[in-house]
Design a binder for this molecule. Structure first.
Ligand code: ADP
Ligand code: MG
Ligand code: MG
Length: 253
């Protein structure tokens, strides 16, 4: 069992006019085995939440706490967070020219496990994982994210997720820009990961369509740096029908 516990999290970013508070007290607990969906309009702070948990230096935590199985995540370096079992799939993955997918995956796996994976089983694992997300084995020789299509970037991230096998996966708009086949492949990967049982998923999305493939245990409506409402999967259907209007109006009233 693992638990990611976010308590009254406040986060600011530096702007030309000084620090600007983006997260204004976020509280949420993800137990392993659960999928939590965070849904909200553009600019509500969803990516800020993801980056803050992963430890991006641009975001300053000004209050609250994040713990993984009682350990203070905010006190950890980015590498320590990854080793502790926090995985972030970014909304806009970075290109790493000159580093092949194969080397990247092996370096990441070695860093997280503290030892290099056994070569023979590793190559098999990588090829099988790429195949499951419908990527050709030759894909492992390409430079990370360089010239990848939107769908290839996201499928590569799901391959990373499956191979690195963290305790908690934060997936930031993993569904954006995907055609229907890629959406299904990505969703199946998230479900395979989640169905292992002792894993938590924080699925950030702007649209409800991915939730037709991945059934969340809890849906959070995120507006203006706060959770405005929580519910079960039916809340996603309600959002699809009604949009975020009622929440954004309440937040600015
Ligand atoms: P979301 O992922 O929900 O679309 P983000 O977390 O990316 O939202 O952004 C939340 C808010 O933070 C937005 O209003 C954005 O403009 C603001 N923001 C992020 N970085 C900066 C920055 N460097 N300067 C000013 N505002 C910023
Ligand atoms: Mg489940
Ligand atoms: Mg975002």
């Amino acid at each position: 069992m693992s638990t990611l516990e976010i308590t009254d999290l406040h986060v600011s970013v530096a702007t030309e006019d000084g620090p600007k508070e983006i997260l204004k007290g976020v509280t949420l607990t993800i137990e392993s085995g659960q999928v939590h969906a965070i849904m909200g309009p553009n600019g509500s702070g969803k990516s800020t939440l993801a980056y803050s948990i992963a430890g991006h230096p641009k975001y300053e935590v000004t209050g609250g706490s994040v713990t993984l199985d009682g350990e203070d995540v905010l006190a950890m370096t980015v590498d320590e967070r990854a080793r502790a079992g926090v995985f972030l799939a970014m909304q806009y993955p970075v290109e790493v020219p000159g580093v092949s997918v194969a080397n990247f995956l092996r370096t990441a796996k070695t860093a997280i496990d503290g030892e290099a994976p056994k070569l023979r089983t590793w190559v098999k694992d990588v090829n099988a994982t790429l195949e499951r997300v419908d990527l050709d084995p030759t894909f492992s020789q390409r430079s990370v994210n360089e010239g990848f299509s939107g769908g290839e970037k996201k499928r590569h991230e799901i391959a990373q997720l499956e191979l690195l096998d963290p305790k908690v996966a934060i997936l930031d708009e993993t569904d954006s820009g995907l055609d229907i086949d890629a959406l299904r492949i990505v969703s199946e990967g998230v479900n395979r990961f989640s169905d292992k049982g002792d894993r938590g998923v924080l699925l950030i999305t702007h649209y409800t369509r991915i939730l037709r493939y991945i059934t969340p245990d809890v849906v959070h409506v995120f507006v203006n740096g706060r959770i405005a409402e929580q519910g079960g999967p039916e809340l996603a259907d309600q959002l699809e029908a009604e949009g975020y209007d009622k929440y954004t109006k309440a937040a600015t009233a």
